[in-house]
Design a protein. Structure first.
Length: 334
């Protein structure tokens, strides 16, 4: 069995333990609330894909997103060495509101925790069960927290003690460009404010601005409803406080996904998130490489207004995003 096949098996298990709600409306196929949770990337204002249909005027959606990511990456060359070993949990309270017809505004407030975590043993066992290499993970101290980067003999970054606190606040807006039933396109913008502690990797110390387009199309066939979606945009960052001499000012990002709803209360989704590097002047891909992660999972609709997303991510370009991350988003509208 390949690593990808085993990854898909684990994702499928997430759904076998769930049962159908007693009553639910047709599941809306929307993107996962996922972005790269690498300790060096999650500090910036990289937005999620958003939604291709804005809320009607006067309607509100609130949600709680939990992203639990396990990092293990060790690399070095003649000038640099990096260790990213630990777990990061990101709790985000999100809200969006239909301000005018075709226009919504929103806010995302994150709470970030870095720790040694508890998933190392599970991941090593999973790798062993399916014959995957641990790439040195089993030789490192279990449940250790150490995020460290050294360059030319100088330690540029070090986090080795657990801590938690508020992250950087994200303000969002979306303008409906067109809509026809479930199909639509939005123009989205966001600004990230430096409210988190950059010394503890809970923020970047920079103010970031992003602009992106998001589109969704879909339809119905005999086996259920389907939808595909995609987004593409650009992120501008002022100079921050994390590796400022290597930080880039511009980053491109995008998302592609497809979903299938065989029943009214459940849908399955596959999504890829990608972005260009946030840093330069490095030969380590943990610092200065393009990143692509794959998320598989789905949505359970509990009612017409309330749904739960469950997703598991894998780093398609190894060590540019967490080895594994779990995403849970509970959202409701009123």
């Amino acid at each position: 069995m390949t690593r990808t096949a085993g990854f898909h098996t684990i994702a499928a298990v997430c759904f076998t333990i769930l049962f159908a709600p007693s009553a639910a409306a047709a599941t809306e196929i929307v993107p996962f609330e996922s972005t790269n949770q690498s300790p060096l990337v999650q500090i910036y204002g990289l937005p999620g894909a958003g939604n291709a249909v804005v809320l009607p005027r006067g309607r509100t959606e609130v949600g709680l997103n939990v992203a639990l990511s396990n990092n293990y990456a060790v690399n070095e060359n003649s000038r640099e060495d990096i260790i990213l070993d630990g777990e990061t949990t990101r709790f985000t309270v999100a809200a969006r509101y239909g301000l005018f017809p075709g226009l919504e505004v929103g806010v995302k407030i994150p709470y970030i925790s870095h720790s040694g975590g508890f998933l190392d043993g599970f991941i090593e066992g999973y790798h062993g069960a399916f014959g995957f290499p641990n790439a040195g993970r089993d030789q490192a101290p279990q449940n250790r927290l150490l995020y460290r980067y050294r360059r030319d003999g100088v330690e540029k970054l070090r986090i080795d003690s657990s801590g938690s606190g508020i992250g950087d606040l994200l303000l969002t807006t979306a303008l409906q460009l067109y809509q026809e039933e479930i199909q639509g396109m939005t123009l989205n913008a966001a600004i990230k404010l430096p409210t988190g502690d950059s010394d503890q990797l809970r923020g970047s110390g920079s103010t970031d601005f992003s602009l992106w387009l998001h589109e969704r199309t879909g339809g119905a066939f005999s086996a259920g409803n389907w939808a595909s979606y995609g987004s593409a945009g650009i992120l501008f960052m002022r100079e921050g406080k994390v590796l400022p001499d290597q930080q880039k000012r511009w980053v491109g990002f995008g998302t592609l996904g497809i979903g299938w709803a065989p029943l009214e209360w459940i849908s399955f989704k596959v999504q890829a998130d990608a972005h260009t590097p946030f840093f330069s002047d490095s030969d380590l891909k943990e610092i200065a490489a393009n990143a692509v992660q794959l998320i598989v999972g789905g949505t359970i609709s509990f009612s017409e207004r309330t749904a739960l997303d469950i997703g598991v991510s894998e780093d398609l370009i190894v060590n540019t995003s967490p080895d594994v991350a779990f995403y849970f988003t509970l959202r409701t509208r009123f």
